[in-house]
Design a binder for this molecule. Structure first.
Ligand SMILES: Nc1nc2c(ncn2[C@@H]2O[C@H](COP(=O)(O)OP(=O)(O)OP(=O)(O)O)[C@@H](O)[C@H]2O)c(=O)[nH]1
Ligand SMILES: [Mg+2]
Length: 354
């Protein structure tokens, strides 16, 4: 399968040469082989294909994912990282990624997800300048959020990118949520371990931490525990640990923990990772790890179906013709939402005009 590619500027890995012209299209086998041998340029191009809005790219991307799936072994650990803007997510990923590369000699893939973003130019630069060590390391693959489509679509693309990274030998997958309030659940549903980064001195409300997000966390890290902030961070940690006790146990057998850390000095980073590994060992041992990945896959399937049905519905000629008028009728009280929905669903079952 050959397909013309569009490389997004700035989206490649660090060593990706700025293409003066469009790169030669790769065959399906070249994609598979390149990814399996861990070639970051091929990986970056495959992810670009995944993110493409073009129908033929979509098909090619799905084939690549399928080809690579057997190699996306289950020994990876997927960590979702969330927290309010400025909490230090990118800085922590830089510190943690640096630690994994230097101390553990392990490769790190960093994916970002921002379902709300319309344009991605800014965040690419932002993420890369916040992660200078990773951006310069051959052991790291950094990819900003795909920006097109609705929330579900973006999550789907990030999941596919994650599978390709695993096939390329990345055992540590870090997924940063960008944008507030919408992506936490989407990220939680694609990772094994969910890390919430908070700050001392800001109330929960100020930090925009909804109870729901805290409840999803396997680990709360109070970041910026450095300089004069140390004592306040420790108090915030104790409070968070206390709050975590009130949530019902998740069934994983894991008791969510609260720690302090500093992405700036690196303090607490290795302890934080030790907890991630402790979690992985516990849940791999008791079957939770594999079971929750299976459950995630089941939900992804339904999500794909929902999305695809909705797209087809909205693209159907008879639905498109009547949608606007019916919306207006509902808003202006001429019909009920129930009746309008039924009318549109009935229109959907009419055969498509050619
Ligand atoms: N003192 C101190 N500053 C930190 C620490 N971690 C991050 N910062 C600073 O906090 C600011 C925000 O850090 P980021 O890593 O960009 O935070 P983020 O959560 O990724 O932010 P968004 O991507 O905008 O949501 C930057 O100026 C960092 O230098 C830390 O551990 N200690
Ligand atoms: Mg960031």
């Amino acid at each position: 399968m050959r397909s013309a590619l569009h490389e997004l500027p700035g989206c490649g890995t660090p060593e990706t040469p700025k293409p003066a012209r469009r790169p030669r299209p790769l065959s399906r086998e070249e994609y598979r082989d390149g990814i399996l041998r861990g070639d970051r340029i091929v990986l970056a191009r495959a992810v670009t294909l995944i993110e493409s809005a073009r129908e033929e790219d979509r098909e090619a991307a799905e084939q690549i994912v399928e080809d690579c799936l057997p190699a996306a072994a289950g020994d990876s650990i997927r960590v979702g990282i969330t927290g309010v803007p400025g909490a230090g997510k990118s800085s922590l990923i830089e510190a943690l990624g640096g630690f994994l590369i230097a101390e553990k000699k392990e490769k790190v893939a960093v994916l970002a997800i921002d379902p709300s973003s319309q344009i991605s130019g800014g965040s690419i630069l932002g993420d890369k300048t916040r992660m200078p060590t990773l951006a310069a390391s051959e052991m790291a693959f950094i990819r900003p959020s795909p920006s097109r489509g609705m929330a579900g679509g973006v999550a789907q693309r990030t999941r596919e990118a994650m599978l390709l990274c695993e096939a390329a030998g990345y055992r540590n997958i870090l997924v940063e949520t960008v944008g507030v309030g919408q992506s936490e659940t989407a990220v939680h549903e694609m990772v094994d371990f969910f890390l919430l980064i908070t700050l001392a001195g800001a109330g929960d409300e100020l930090q925009g931490i909804k109870r729901g997000v805290m409840e999803l966390a396997d680990l709360v890290a109070v970041n910026k525990a450095d300089g004069e902030n140390g004592a306040a961070a420790e108090r915030a940690r104790a409070e968070a640990q206390n709050a975590l006790h009130f949530f019902p146990a998740s069934g994983s057998g894991w008791m969510p923990r609260a720690v302090t850390c500093s992405a700036l000095t690196g303090a607490g980073i290795s302890d934080l990772w030790a907890l991630v590994l402790e979690y992985a060992a516990l849940t791999r041992g008791n079957g939770w790890f594999a079971a929750s990945r299976r459950e995630q896959q089941r939900r992804w399937m339904h999500e794909m179906i929902d999305q695809s049905l909705q797209q087809r519905f909205l693209a159907h000629g008879a639905v498109r013709d009547r949608m606007e008028a019916l919306e207006r009728d509902v808003v202006e009280g001429r019909t009920t939402s129930f009746r309008a929905a039924r009318t549109l669903l009935a229109a959907y079952s009419e055969p498509e005009r050619s």
